[in-house]
Ligand binder design. Structure first.
Ligand code: ATP
Ligand SMILES: O=c1ccn([C@@H]2O[C@H](COP(=O)(O)O)[C@@H](O)[C@H]2O)c(=O)[nH]1
Ligand code: MG
Length: 250
């Protein structure tokens, strides 16, 4: 049975369920309070619910993490939307989080913009920090992490900082010619949807992302999907993967 994403209002309320931050200057309730983070992640990684005495409301479920990988334009975002609709995951697109940082003029904004224009990879600590913040704020324990990790260094940073590994890894396998065609037709005004940047992104994908895919193949976590066909045809390959995990991920 599909589980819909919780409304933003509920996510905001979650902040107020966390203890006050004594170490920040404003003394407001603050997600960056180290003790809170450690408590949340202790619970996330051990699966042991926190008690009232731990300072935050108990949560009862360990995270169920899916990494969604594939080249530029292979259809990751499109299929994630279908997975969310059918299986009720929280979709975290690393690229979208980075683009939000640019739009919000954050301290990393101009560095991220330059990196994306060049089709290169943003430093792991920046991306992992953004993912971690979203995961901490989420009322949903089922995560689809789209477009990350992009390199072995990204993968190691995530696993070390989060003390967690993915349960499932999807790889949307698509020929380069098809990916280029899709990206050039995407028409969403992305600064990297031009032929020069696409060529660079494809090179980076081959050199740095394929080793991550190989790593998870060796660990028996990889599900390779033929990403050519209609969106619905492709989703029919994805559906049984999550149907099989539905009991575990509930
Ligand atoms: N099966 C498909 N057949 C044809 N076009 C598709 C298919 N799936 C997605 N598309 C289209 O291709 C484009 C790229 O898809 P999408 O944004 O989902 O890819 P992505 O893997 O998330 O790319 P990126 O890594 O660049 O974010 C979009 O315009 C989308 O509508
Ligand atoms: O983990 C990540 C994810 C993305 N990037 C940068 O963003 C662009 C666009 O990413 P999409 O997944 O295609 O939306 C990507 O080419 C990288 O430059 C990143 O550095 N790290
Ligand atoms: Mg995408």
């Amino acid at each position: 049975m599909p589980v819909s994403k919780k409304p933003i209002a509920n996510r905001k309320r979650k902040r107020h369920m966390l203890p006050s931050c004594r170490s920040c200057s404003t003394h407001t309730r603050c997600l960056l309070h180290e003790a809170s983070k450690q408590q949340i992640w202790k619970m996330f990684t051990t699966g042991i619910p926190l008690q009232e005495k731990d300072g935050i409301f108990p949560r009862h479920k360990a995270p169920f993490i899916t990494f969604v990988l594939g080249g530029p334009g292979s259809g990751k975002g499109t299929q994630c939307a279908k997975i969310v609709e059918t299986f009720g995951f929280n979709h975290l697109s690393a690229g979208d989080l980075l683009r939000k940082e640019i739009a919000s003029n954050s301290e990393y904004g101009s560095m991220i913009l330059d990196t994306i224009k060049e089709g290169k990879i943003v430093p792991s600590e920046v991306t992992v920090k953004l993912l971690r913040r979203e995961m901490e704020l989420s009322d949903n324990h089922k995560f689809l992490i789209d477009g990350f990790p992009r390199s072995e260094e990204n993968r190691r940073a995530f696993e070390e900082i989060m003390e967690a590994e993915p349960d499932v890894v999807l790889f949307f396998d698509c020929p380069e010619e098809e990916m280029v065609k899709r990206v050039l037709n995407r028409n969403q005004g992305r600064v990297d949807d031009n032929i020069d940047t696409i060529k660079k992104r494809l090179k980076v994908f081959e050199a740095l992302n394929i080793p991550v895919i190989d790593h998870y193949a060796k660990r028996g976590k990889l599900h390779k999907i033929n990403a050519v066909g209609s969106e619905d045809e492709i989703f029919e390959q994805v559906r049984p993967i999550f149907a099989a995990y539905q009991h575990e991920a509930k």
